[in-house]
Design a protein around this ligand. Structure first.
Ligand code: MG
Ligand code: MG
Length: 264
């Protein structure tokens, strides 16, 4: 069942999303070779709580951390821990905030300096595919239009679109209906209408689309151990426009490696 949101509810999600964006910005300051991924998680939890929010992921279905940190061949749901980031890594940071009873959800994948051109291209194109998907998330379209836009773009480069994990509605629950796959057919799936708030989150693999789950019950890796990228925004649909409630601006301001400026 899809819960459509009132403007008041969207305002709460917008406020949640602002804390989330700032949290990502704080994490971005810390990302560099030598930092342990648990340090990023600790900073995010502390910052969210300081702002009066609740980390959405902490204890969600038993997940033990505030961030999912997924390095290199980990697609999503990686555990923060003792691992020290190093030159050439790609690290996906996924975070959610609950504020005034409403969640917001967004993710960003960072290349560290030294990442190969092949990997930078994967990140550029996954980033671009997120905005192509958002461009189709408008009233009157269907969910399949979003997935089609993402899939057709990234597959043209030979990348794999993860099937097992998808975007979703966002509201009083972190994960609501509808599911928002990163693959699909034009004109298929639930109709997109005003009041929908959805998280769009392409998870795109350099190689095979196939993934495996680790024994910890969470960590999802690529089956061929090649790198993966993940970018996510929470968006609200109105009759005449779609608003991106989350933002990556704080990340891009605070992260020292200006990789988006690199030509592709
Ligand atoms: Mg997320
Ligand atoms: Mg999500």
């Amino acid at each position: 069942m899809i819960h459509l949101k009132t403007n008041e509810e969207i305002q709460s999600i917008r406020e949640s999303a602002k804390i989330l964006a700032q949290t990502h910005g704080e994490v971005a300051r810390l990302i560099k070779p030598g930092v342990k991924t648990k340090v990023l998680d600790q900073r995010a939890e502390e910052y969210i709580k300081d702002k009066g929010g609740i980390p959405s992921f902490l204890k969600y279905n038993g997940f033990p951390y505030s961030l999912c940190i997924s390095v290199n061949d980990t697609v999503v749901h990686g555990f923060p821990g003792e691992y020290e980031l190093k030159e050439g890594d790609v690290v996906s940071v996924d975070c959610g905030v609950r504020y005034k009873g409403y969640h917001s959800d967004s993710a960003y994948t960072y290349p560290l300096e030294g990442a190969s051109t092949e990997v930078l291209n994967l990140l550029h194109r996954t980033y671009d595919s997120l905005y192509l998907g958002i461009g189709q998330a408008k009233a009157g379209n269907r969910i399949g239009d979003v997935g089609y836009a993402i899939q057709s773009f990234v597959e043209s480069f030979g990348y794999g679109v993860v099937r097992e994990l998808v975007g979703h509605g966002v509201g009083q629950q972190l994960h609501e209906d509808p599911e928002v796959p990163n693959y699909g057919k034009r004109g298929k799936g639930p109709k997109i209408v005003a009041g929908m708030v959805i998280a769009i989150e392409p998870m795109i693999n350099l190689g095979t689309k196939n993934v495996v789950q680790e024994k910890d019950g969470w960590t999802i890796r690529t089956a061929d151990r090649k790198p993966s990228a993940h970018f996510e925004h929470t968006v609200a649909v109105y009759e005449d426009r779609t608003e991106i409630l989350t933002t990556h601006e704080d990340i891009e301001k605070n992260y020292s490696y200006k990789w988006r400026n690199k030509s592709r």
